[in-house]
Structure formats: structure tokens, C-alpha cells
Design a binder for this molecule. Structure first.
Ligand SMILES: [Mg+2]
Length: 461
């Protein structure tokens, strides 16, 4: 994009396949590229979410003896979004912003939106205390939807909750939550065995640029590795589909069943060799990591010691901000990239005339409200302006998702999810292949943000 001096880029479109910087990142300094697998290298189709949902629902009926009628409750792909918080004790799904403020029009019990006064009664207002949402905290009673696998899971909980409420079936939301958690954990082996060479195309997207992306890294002497929580068989089916039978040629180290985030936080779990022939783990001492082999578990400490890969020369990509990226950023100084496939869709909406006009009108109304609110003689005008603004807020939200709006923002703040994204990732994008739009010498610069007390300076001035 070439800008003439003295013009303002009013109609600039944001590239849905761009790479965006939270912190300055110079690719010249990156010698090694690491990847998570699920939803990082591999992006699943909506059919995969149907599979998770259907197997989980059937498990509730067949193993936990839930009412057979829930077998008729179907997966609803657009119901929830990543990043929401689910209150396990109360059975409430909600969106909160970076200040832990509940977004009142994005709070659901089952499939039914909750009224503001009901939400305020449960939480004594609109603030969720830190100890309720701290990941892994003792007193944490919420689960955040950290990844896209959580979306069908929460839809199952919401559907069953709705069924119980509508049919006056007494139930404890905590028991339902843990039953669904157990059901989804129990179906993992079934899912891993369901995907095979003949049906993998139904469940996995194929990115034509992936091979070229890895080829370019390899040709430029970059190291590459995978650390995934999935088992080898599952990884292998997908990678063969995407890259062919010799996919391991690209990767110097392949680690499966890593049990992240423990892979990053524990220190005493040795690597084991996975024997591809016998499909079993060997018990010999692992003192070095060899290309072509597959390793199970281990720790990031050992990975660093055995490879010499440390600090700012490693860029690791993952889709789970907390499980994949937080520890690496905070404790190891690795550079990190978040892969968020919803991002491309959200950028396309933000680029639309409808969205831009709505936000423009909303900002104009907000300005008028600010200017007139202290004038007692114009109280009626302010009320009218507030109503018009709120109507536009609803519209801008529903363009992303009618129930919960954008993954990344509320009406005027970033979401809680975004706060962690900005803190724990250096760059973020919708897919790793988007890096093909940039050279390997590219420096990603964060945008100079506007602080509340700073003035917007147009290039026209
Ligand atoms: Mg993943």
C-alpha cells in the first residue's frame, strides 16, 4: 500500500491473512520454528466438531444413563465462541472483558439469554473476581473455552442444561459439567481411532501452501519441530494427508503426548522413544533427539539441553494461549505465535461496509453523548442517543456472532481472551501459512496504540 503525503487511508482493508504483532519480532533472529499440531498445523472442519459432539452425547446416554431424549439435541455450530467463561457451579456461560466485567447481553444459561438483573443477583454485580477465573487456581470455578475443541463440548452442556430446565428435571450443573468432561475425555481414544486415511479429508482442512511454507524454512536452514499432546497415530494420519508419507523429513524433532502445559512446567519427566513398528513406547534412556524418530512426553528443559535451542532464536506456534504459549513467554524467553483460525472471518466482517458504517455511527453518537450528558436541559436527547447507540452496539455485535459477538472485543474493550493473547504471543494470525506473505527477513512491528489521554493525529494535519 502506497500512501501519498497528506492523505488518510480511510478505506484500507485489513488483510484477513495478515500476521499481526503484539511485540516486535525480527524473523532474522529466528533459527528454529516449533509447532503444535491440533488447530496449529492441522485445522479441522465443522464435521469434526459434530463428531466430538455426537460421541460425547451418546456417551452421556449409553454410559451415564442420561435421558434418551437428549439424543435428539443436535450440535449448533454457531452457538458459542472461543474465549468464553463457563461458571461450573452456576451453569452459566458468559463473555467477560479484560477488566473481568461481565458483558450483560452475552450471558446464557443453557440456550437462554439471562436478564441483567438475574446475572447481577448471582454475581453481586458485574465483576468476576480473579480467584474465580485464575487457570488451575484452587478456588477457580470457571472454565475458559481455550480452544476450538471446547466449542462442541460447551454446546453439549448448554443443550442438556436447556433440556433439563425446560422439562423441569432437577439437576446439579457441576455434575453435568464433570459428566460431560468425563465423556469427552473418554471418547478421545475413539476419535483417535475414527480418523483414518480414507476419511481424514472429511475432518481436516488441506492448506495447499503448507508444504511450500515448510520447504522454504528448510531451504533456508531453519530447524523445525513439533510438540503435540496428540498420540503419534493421530498426528501421522493428518500429516500424511497434508504433506505425504515422508512428512517427518521437515522436522528435526517430533514429540507426541507431550501433556502440555506440563511439558513446560515439570522437570522430571524423561523422554521415551515411540517405536513406530510395534506402536509402543521403549524404556531405554534418551540422551539425544534424532531426526526421523518420535518421542513421547519429556520436558522443554530437556528439549533445550539436547538441541541447544534457547530463547529468542525459537519461534513456537500454538492455538492455546495458556497451554501452548504462556510458559514459554514468561519463563523461557521463546518467541511465540498464536494461531486463531476465527481471525480471518472476523477481519472480513470488520472490513465490510455494514460494520464500518455501524461503528462510525456508534462513535458519532458516543461523542454526542459525551458532549451533552452534563446539560440538564437535554436529558431527553441523551436518553434518545443512548437508545440509538445501544441498538448499534447490538447490531455490531451480532455481525460476528448473535449470542456472544467477537472473540476479540466487547463494545469498547478487548475481551479477557484478547488480553492473554496480547500478553503471551508476539504475533498472531489465522494460519501458519500466512507467513508466506512475508520474507524470512521480515520484522513484525506492533502498531503504535493510542492511549486514552493521547490525541489522534491524522496524516492530514
Ligand atoms: Mg492445539
Amino acid at each position: 500500500m502506497k500512501l501519498q503525503r497528506g492523505t488518510t487511508p480511510r478505506a484500507v482493508q485489513v488483510d484477513p491473512h495478515g500476521v499481526f504483532a503484539n511485540s516486535e519480532l525480527d524473523l532474522n533472529e529466528i533459527e528454529v520454528y516449533g509447532f503444535d499440531y491440533d488447530y496449529t498445523l492441522a485445522v479441522y472442519t465443522v464435521e469434526f466438531h459434530y463428531l466430538i459432539y455426537d460421541l460425547g452425547r451418546d456417551w452421556l446416554i449409553n454410559k451415564f444413563k442420561y435421558p434418551k431424549a437428549i439424543g435428539e439435541l443436535e450440535y449448533q455450530p454457531g452457538f458459542a465462541i472461543r474465549g468464553l467463561h463457563y461458571d461450573i457451579k452456576e451453569g452459566i456461560l458468559m463473555k467477560i472483558d479484560l477488566f473481568h466485567q461481565i458483558q450483560f447481553e452475552s450471558v446464557y444459561r443453557g440456550l437462554t439469554p439471562m436478564k441483567r438483573e438475574d446475572v447481577e443477583r448471582v454475581y453481586n454485580g458485574c465483576y468476576i473476581p480473579q480467584n474465580m477465573i485464575r487457570p488451575g487456581g484452587e478456588s477457580s470455578r470457571t472454565k475458559q473455552l481455550n480452544d476450538l475443541f471446547s466449542v462442541p463440548e460447551i454446546c453439549l452442556i448448554s443443550n442438556v442444561t436447556e433440556y433439563f430446565i425446560k422439562n423441569n428435571v432437577p439437576f446439579n450443573p457441576e455434575i453435568l459439567f464433570y459428566d460431560v468432561q468425563n465423556a469427552v475425555a473418554s471418547i478421545h481414544p475413539i476419535i483417535h481411532n475414527t480418523l483414518n486415511d480414507s476419511n481424514i479429508g472429511t475432518y481436516l482442512e488441506k492448506y495447499s501452501q503448507l508444504e511450500g511454507f515448510l520447504q522454504r524454512l528448510k531451504a533456508n536452514g531453519k530447524g523445525m519441530f513439533i510438540v503435540t499432546n496428540s498420540p503419534f497415530k493421530f498426528l501421522d494420519v493428518g500429516m500424511r494427508y497434508m504433506l505425504g508419507a515422508d512428512w517427518q523429513q521437515f522436522f528435526d524433532v517430533v514429540i507426541v503426548q507431550a501433556r502440555k502445559p506440563k511439558f513446560f512446567t515439570e522437570h522430571l519427566r524423561p523422554f521415551r522413544i515411540y517405536d513406530k513398528e510395534t506402536k509402543s513406547q521403549l524404556w531405554e534412556h534418551v540422551t539425544s533427539l534424532e531426526k526421523g524418530k518420535v518421542y513421547v512426553e519429556g520436558t522443554v528443559d530437556q528439549l533445550q539441553k539436547m538441541t541447544g535451542w534457547v530463547g529468542h532464536s525459537v519461534l513456537y506456534f500454538g492455538d492455546q494461549i495458556y497451554n501452548d504459549l504462556a510458559d514459554l513467554t514468561l519463563n523461557y524467553g521463546w518467541r511465540t505465535g498464536a494461531i486463531l483460525c476465527e481471525l480471518a472471518h472476523e477481519i472480513k466482517i470488520s472490513n465490510s461496509d455494514d460494520y464500518r458504517q455501524t461503528v462510525g455511527s456508534m462513535q458519532t453518537l458516543q461523542y454526542l453523548i459525551e458532549q451533552t450528558q452534563d446539560d440538564d436541559s437535554r436529558k431527553g436527547d441523551v436518553e434518545q442517543l443512548l437508545m440509538e447507540r445501544d441498538a448499534l452496539r447490538k447490531k455490531s455485535k451480532s455481525l460476528f456472532n448473535p449470542n456472544f459477538g467477537s472473540v476479540f472485543r466487547t463494545h469498547h474493550n478487548p475481551t479477557y481472551f484478547s488480553r492473554r493473547l496480547f500478553r503471551y504471543s508476539d504475533i498472531y494470525t489465522s494460519h501458519v501459512t500466512n507467513l508466506m506473505n512475508y520474507s524470512l527477513r521480515h520484522v513484525y512491528y506492533p502498531r503504535r496504540g493510542l492511549l486514552p489521554h493521547e490525541l489522534y493525529m491524522s496524516s492530514q494535519n
